[in-house]
Design a protein around this ligand. Structure first.
Ligand code: ADP
Ligand code: MG
Length: 682
């Protein structure tokens, strides 16, 4: 009997070869086939008489075949032709390199031919490589046909047949992972019906009903899982209670006073850390809003209470930078900071590891090396990470194994609209730093095409003559660091023949070893170079207040949030700063996106625009949020369903936090199956 977890080989028509091909699409068992939803549909219910075919328009022709199709060969290519006819006329259908088509057509029978008609020079029409469907006993069913994202070696037709086979598994029953009372309340169709109709819609209405249910399902499961985690955490009172909350010495050591926004966020963190529960908090704050100081304050509190604080950064450069700024504040307070990274020299690393393990170090800053085997701590009380290191269940376990149940603080500079933050971070409490430190100047931003390049270089030259520094960012051309590195080097070389030719130019890219990168960034920070030509390696966090000009080439290739991050590298000092976005792309969307950058410096607005214009696929393209990819829900256009799913998830988890009741049993089983791996963050 066919089951959801049966391997695809058990489906009729799938042998070893096809199974291999399907594997490329991550389709291994029957349920993978069922959950490979169509990317689009084609309506094939309308039939066009041959005489009324329009050039280059997809059409369905129902026609008979007069005689055996003929195959001829031309320059090694096979051409198969069949003369087909209906009451209105006749026409040739033609296939290239598909001689086997002959076997699928028998003279005297009727078929549906689906394809486009084109005209030859002499005006005669031809249907090009039409798909052939035999007409069943009930005549042409046509209807709405699914189109799938597939890979080479797999045709739509073949996959549709596989899908039809897989759909048979539904007949033996499939558990509904949305409890009945929720389905009733939110008017959702049954699961089996929905899966069937997303692939083979009985009607446009059935399709809409099915889609709504499946979008809801996806968002509801995710949201319920996140809320369940959050509840479990809230109920867990075995967190480290840190009740020494006097921060005076820290604030005295800080060269500025906290903004109201920073104070509010710190108050929330203090509440968490002194509550006896384990803190799981996300701090959202725009570029330059002062998240590092928040991290320092939290670390200070942990240390005051006798615990170590650990801070993990995404790159060595950033780790080093944090290390320097922490030392500047904490050394005078007699609090010892140390650093652990992968690229460290052996002796240095050995010393740091020993300091972390013995407890001699109070604050440990580093990269991923911080949670790797061999890194031991005396007593961690707080872990600070950025969103890229949002911890999965497994990593949390790793940390817990290294001691206790530390408080967790996640920092993000990617502002996300509230509704979306809920689905992405539903398991975390969220704090927002909603204003910037005082005295920030706005960064004048311009979007221009490359005919301005000479003028831009002259402007850059003037800034440099005033003693300032300049970033030039080259967009990633391909997903290939080597090619990228070459193109950055070439660009820097090209600068030799421009007004910037006699300036001190440095290049940094992702292909470099981290010490090399570090050296170059340090030199730039120290003012030893004027221009830094870089890839996006400098995107996160680097702080050089003397840099006042950011030039971004091929700006259309970046997400707006990313452009916003890059722009945030300037405007960090007292001097007026500028950002110039260069793009020769003429599309309306690009124009609007870049215009948004010139009009606003509000990260939330920017990310919202990007989401609207490019869609969530691009926005969340990198899957940096550590959550499973969505198969069918569109976080932007399905906002209404998203809200309903969030409400439903809230209702379910409020009444039954552990999902222990009978009516929620299948839901719980499903969540365990989906999320008990390490693919979801806490
Ligand atoms: P981000 O949120 O992007 O990580 P940072 O923490 O790097 O921002 O802070 C950006 C700059 O603002 C730093 O130079 C920092 O010293 C400064 N800063 C942070 N908070 C304040 C404040 N309350 N008043 C003045 N300057 C501040
Ligand atoms: Mg930062």
């Amino acid at each position: 009997m066919l089951r959801l977890d049966s391997p695809v080989e058990e489906l009729k028509g799938i042998g070893k070869g096809r199974a291999q091909t399907l594997k490329k699409l991550n389709i291994v068992n029957v349920s993978d086939v069922l959950f490979h939803y169509p990317r689009d549909y084609e309506d094939r219910s309308a039939v066009t008489p041959i005489a009324e075919l329009e050039e280059d328009e997809n059409a369905v022709v129902i026609a008979g075949v007069k005689e055996e199709p003929k195959t001829s060969y031309f320059k090694g290519m096979s051409i198969t032709k069949a003369k087909i006819y209906d009451a209105s006329g006749n026409i040739n259908a033609i296939w290239y390199n598909q001689p086997y088509v002959k076997n699928n057509i028998k003279p005297g029978e009727k078929y549906a031919f689906i394809g486009k008609m084109t005209r030859k020079k002499n005006g005669a029409g031809e249907i090009q490589s039409p798909e052939i469907e035999k007409i069943g006993e009930n005549g042409w069913q046509g209807g709405i046909i699914p189109i799938y994202s597939l890979c080479a070696g797999l045709s739509q037709k073949v996959f549709r047949r596989i899908e039809d086979e897989a759909l048979k598994a539904l007949e033996t029953g499939i558990k509904d992972n949305i409890p009945l009372y929720i389905r009733k309340k939110y008017h959702l169709s049954e699961r089996a019906f929905s899966i069937k109709n997303i692939h083979r819609p009985e009607s446009p209405e059935a399709y809409l009903i099915a889609r709504k249910r499946l979008v809801f399902e996806e968002l509801f499961l995710l949201q319920t899982a996140l809320l369940k985690l959050k509840n479990e955490n809230a109920a867990d009172s075995s967190g480290i209670r840190m009740d020494k909350t006097d921060m005076t010495p820290f604030f005295d050591a800080l060269p500025f006073s906290f903004t109201e926004a920073q104070k509010n966020v710190l108050a929330e963190i203090k509440d968490d850390m002194s509550s006896g529960r384990v803190m799981n908090r996300l701090v959202q704050g725009d570029v330059g809003s002062g998240k590092t100081a928040i991290a320092m304050a939290a670390a200070y509190m942990a240390v005051q209470n006798g615990y170590q604080a650990v801070m993990m950064a995404p790159t060595e450069v950033l780790a080093a930078q944090h290390f320097e700024s922490f030392k500047a504040i904490f050394d005078p307070l007699g609090i010892k900071t140390t650093m652990i990274t992968g690229g460290q020299k052996a002796a240095e690393k050995r010393r740091s590891l020993a300091e972390a393990a013995s407890g001699e170090a109070d604050i440990i800053i580093g990269t991923h090396a911080l949670i790797q085997a061999g890194t031991e701590y005396k007593n961690i009380g707080l872990v600070i990470t950025d969103e890229q290191h949002r911890f999965g269940v497994k990593q949390r376990q790793t940390l817990a194994d290294k001691g206790g149940k530390p408080h967790i603080l996640v920092m993000t500079a990617t502002p996300i609209p509230r509704t979306l933050a809920l689905i992405l971070y539903g398991d975390l409490d969220i704090s927002i730093i909603d204003s910037l430190p005082p005295g920030r100047q706005s960064i004048d931003t311009f979007a221009v095409n490359s005919s301005y390049r000479e003028r831009i270089y002259n402007f850059a030259k003037k800034e440099i003559e005033k003693g300032r520094q300049v970033y030039i960012i080259c967009a990633m051309v391909e997903e290939n660091e080597k090619i990228e590195a070459e193109s950055v080097l070439k660009y820097a070389d090209g600068l030799r023949d421009t007004p910037l030719g006699d300036r001190r130019i440095a290049v940094v890219h992702g292909k470099m070893r981290s010490e090399e990168k570090d050296g170059i960034l340090k030199d730039f920070a120290a003012g030893k170079t004027d221009i830094l030509v870089a890839t996006t390696v400098i995107e996160v966090g680097i702080n050089v207040p003397n840099a006042t000009l950011m030039v971004i080439e091929n700006a259309e290739r970046f997400g707006l949030a990313q452009l916003h991050q890059l722009r945030g590298r300037v405007g960090r000092g007292s001097e007026k700063s500028y950002c110039i976005l260069i793009s020769d792309n003429k599309s309306e969307i690009t124009r609007q996106r870049l215009k948004t950058m010139t009009k606003t410096s509000d990260g939330f607005k920017i990310s919202e625009t990007d989401l609207k214009l490019r869609g969530p696929g691009e926005f969340f393209g990198t899957r940096q949020h550590g959550l499973p990819a969505l198969r069918i829900a569109n976080l932007y256009s399905d906002m209404d369903i998203l809200r309903q799913a969030q409400r439903a998830a809230g209702e379910v988890t409020e009444n039954d936090p552990g999902l222990e009741r009978e009516e929620n049993r299948d839901l719980r089983t499903e969540l365990d199956r989906l999320f008990l791996s390490d693919n979801i963050g806490i």
